[in-house]
Design a binder for this molecule. Sequence first.
Ligand SMILES: [Fe+2]
Length: 338
Amino acid sequence: MADGLALGKFHHISVVVSDIDAAMKGNSRYFGIRQWSVRNFEADRLPGSPDSGFISAVGSSDSFTLELLQPLTPDSPHAAFRSWRGEGMSHAVSRCSPVEAQLLQRQLDQRGIGYSHQLNLDGKVRSLQIDSRPHLSGLGLEVQVDEAGGFDGLPVNRVVNYEFLPILPVDKLYHVGIVVNDRQQAMENFRELLDFPEFLPMDLEVGTSLSSVIYKGESVDHSAQVAFSRANGFCFEIMQPGSGHGAYQEFQQQYGQGMQHFFPTICDQSVFDAAIPQLQDVGVDVTLKGVIDGVMNYYYLSTEQLLGGVTIEVICPHEDAWMEVMGMTPEQGYLIGL
Ligand SMILES: [Fe+2]
């Protein structure tokens, strides 16, 4: 097959929210993000798109960048997502050169894939929003073309500062987990479009590869077929829900496919336990606890309200050599995002 799409390098995940000020504060409270650059794109800042409008807030921790997007009109590029999904992770954003953008256009034409929106921010910087959701299990892709000073050079309407410390250690964005209907098909499509190498597949099931799963306070049977891969700064876990119950099954029933979790933290169990009261102070509980005896506890947190529809995953290894205990090579660890 031909090379993957000329998307350039992954830059950040975009989260569609309903109240951008609440979401900035919540994300700063959780991640310790100190500053947000807020841009209002509407009217003459979106030439050729008179009915569109949205607010963008870009903030960075020490190791990753997030963009919050609040649609202002029904024709905003992000309004359709919010109407069916509500708040949540909408798309991955990469940045490419003008030459790569030309190649990308040809590759999309060859594959019969269009753009859902083509914006010309301030008449200077193209934001190409690829109609990728049908091909990538609900994942949207936006490419910002590095031209005329790039997105970061566009005028900022306001800067918002916060002084919070992160509640849990923030290592980096290891990966984003995507609920898919068909792991095999998703692996093929992600490899073709995102130029991913081989996926690392894992079959998870309580009683065999998982010791236990507690979901919303109840011990559940749960199984899933997952797989990990990584290229050009993108790193995804794809998860096909299996029998039983759990976070993936519930996501699939509610939303179908799409980005389900954001994984930024591997920490000692003692650090996680000590953070529980602070998490509860901001309305965050543990939704799911999974245990792989001798390897790790993993958690999903009810951060959706605080962060704008985003579920956080945290891993607490049982010992330093947890990867070796799992029989995982450093190359396989890389595919997981380590
Ligand atoms: Fe994950």
